[in-house]
Design a protein around this ligand. Structure first.
Ligand SMILES: Nc1ncnc2c1ncn2[C@@H]1O[C@H](COP(=O)(O)OP(=O)(O)OP(=O)(O)O)[C@@H](O)[C@H]1O
Ligand SMILES: [Mg+2]
Length: 508
């Protein structure tokens, strides 16, 4: 007799006010396979995973785990049944260390004391085994998004999960890190683990999955295998129609310098240089890309430009005006827009309605304010326009941001910042977590803004995006700009080699 499926869902339905997030879903995940779940933003993937993980209770349906019917009330029940989940948005305690976060809720005992040393050793071994290296004693608030994710994965492995649910784990990783993660996923499969993998990057899905289930509008529309479909066919299954083709680009770069950054340096709290000798310009109508493996100073560069991190030397000029003595709010008002890397920590107030979120960071000016008063009507109308233009799937502008799917939250932030029409937009991972159809739309909007004269600093882990959009690419490596490249002359592989420092010597 064949082993029972690791997971079997029958007729699973979950309704939210105004939307059926999961509609009569059927899903069978075989034991020991890597099963990908794909679908457009809002298709219902995360909701389904939360149901399997006991975080969300379905209105209807039967869930069977390893042949036994499950009725999870909380994630703890799911964890006890051997299920672990790494969420699309991380759930770590910032003020604790890596070690404390990993063991939280499953503290190892040695007699009556917590065995920190043993735990620390296990984290190191797990990290080495699965290519998820971490320093156990570092505080999570100091970690980049990529590093936070490693903590989440280690945490799940640490609890000995047999079934791992990874909701968009690669969205925050650069290619080398994706390869490392895939190696560890293959190792896990080798040892008999079952993995559910969600991603909007269909080439990744095709390279790692044994089987792929496609979701559309809350339903599962079919299950296929990588040998049966290519990325384009998969995308067409997702959207239920044909894909648009990309078009060629023309330069819109003008001479006028909008952002002039000269000789910027920043020291860490420990006195280590985290940015050094950063010099570059962004011209009118130009997209300047910053390539780099996460953690090489990208976050600090954004913070420095916004005045959130005090630089020790250097100057920043926006359209001829020095920013050096201005506070963050004044810099934003002077025309610096921001699409933050982490929409939850910096971009949104999750419990607040969309219309408040649409005003966030811009609430003191039109159309959000009328003198000193909040213009609620203007704000709501403007929010509805963002929702329309950026195709944010939302029942209305009064629902909390938390009720939007991950990709739709991202679209709201991108729309808010682009429609504020800044002089220079700092765009960090602007298409992270959004589906390929919506990604193409955001690219179009960025190009349209560029053509209208906006200067854009693009920080992205998506090398195709960087090469496809940028007019110039700088490589940030260990806090320094080590190469300036012409995107029309490079490939993702060449760019990747510069990012790891290997291409450094060839740079002029
Ligand atoms: N807590 C909630 N309250 C109300 N509606 C919700 C809630 N969670 C999800 N939804 C809605 O359910 C639908 C499915 O959302 P879900 O997060 O499952 O999509 P997804 O496939 O994971 O999308 P993405 O690729 O953007 O992450 C969306 O329309 C979303 O707005
Ligand atoms: Mg999701």
């Amino acid at each position: 007799m064949a082993a029972a499926p690791a997971i079997q869902l029958e007729g699973v339905t979950k309704r939210y006010p105004g939307v059926v997030a999961n509609n009569d879903v059927e899903l069978t995940v075989a034991s020991g396979e890597v099963h990908a779940v794909v679908g457009e933003n809002g298709a219902g993937k995360s909701t389904l995973m939360k149901i399997i993980y006991g975080m969300v209770r379905p209105d209807e349906g039967i869930i069977t785990i390893d042949g036994a019917q499950a009725n999870f009330r909380t994630p703890k029940d799911a964890i006890d049944a051997g299920i672990g989940m790494v969420h699309q948005h991380f759930m770590l305690a910032d003020n604790l260390t890596v070690l404390e976060n990993v063991i939280l809720g499953s503290e190892p005992r040695s007699g009556v004391k917590i065995d920190f040393e043993g735990a620390s050793e296990r984290i190191r071994i797990l990290g080495d085994t699965y290519g998820l290296r971490l320093q156990p004693n570092q505080r999570v608030e100091k970690l980049s998004v990529g590093e936070r994710q490693r903590v989440e994965i280690i945490k799940v492995l640490y609890r000995g999960a047999q079934i791992l649910i990874l909701d968009e784990p690669t969205a925050v990783l650069v290619p080398q890190e994706v390869n490392e993660l895939f190696d560890s996923i293959r190792d896990l499969r080798e040892e008999g683990h079952t993995i559910i993998f969600i991603s909007h990057k269909l080439d990744e899905v095709l390279s790692i999955a044994d089987r792929i289930t496609v979701m559309r509008d809350g339903q599962t529309v079919g299950t296929t295998t990588p040998s049966e479909v290519d990325a384009r066919q998969l995308a067409e299954m997702m959207i239920g129609s044909e894909l648009p083709s990309p078009e060629t680009k023309e330069s819109t770069v003008q001479n006028e310098v909008l952002l002039d950054v000269s000789d910027l340096a920043l020291l860490s709290d420990e006195g280590r240089p985290v940015l050094d000798d950063i010099t570059f310009v962004v011209r009118k109508g130009e997209i300047v890309g910053i390539a780099g493996v996460e953690g090489n100073g990208q976050a600090q560069l954004i913070d420095s430009l916004l005045g959130l991190a005090p630089t020790s030397t250097g100057s920043i000029t926006l359209a001829g005006k020095s920013m050096d003595d201005l506070e963050t709010r004044e810099r934003r008002a002077a025309g610096i827009g921001l699409i933050p890397e982490d929409r939850h920590r910096q971009g949104l107030l999750l419990p607040s309605p969309l219309w408040e979120n649409a005003a966030l960071g811009h609430q003191y000016k039109e159309p959000y304010a009328n003198g000193i008063w909040i213009d609620k009507k203007g704000t709501r109308e403007h929010t509805a326009e963002i929702v329309r233009r950026f195709d944010v799937a939302a029942p209305n502008v009064d629902v909390p941001a938390a009720a939007l799917s991950g990709g739709n939250q991202q679209k709201l932030v991108v729309g808010r910042e682009l429609m504020a029409n800044p002089t220079v937009l700092l765009a960090a991972q602007p298409t992270r977590g959004i589906d390929i159809g919506a990604q193409a739309e955001v690219w179009e909007e960025l190009k349209r803004a560029r053509a209208a004269g906006m200067g854009i600093l693009l920080i992205s882990a998506d090398l195709d995006e960087l090469i496809g959009l940028s007019d110039t690419i700088h490589v940030l490596f260990e806090g320094k700009l080590v190469a300036k490249l012409d995107p029309s002359e490079i490939t993702p592989e060449i760019l990747g080699s510069y990012m790891t420092g290997a291409g450094e010597k060839k740079a002029s």
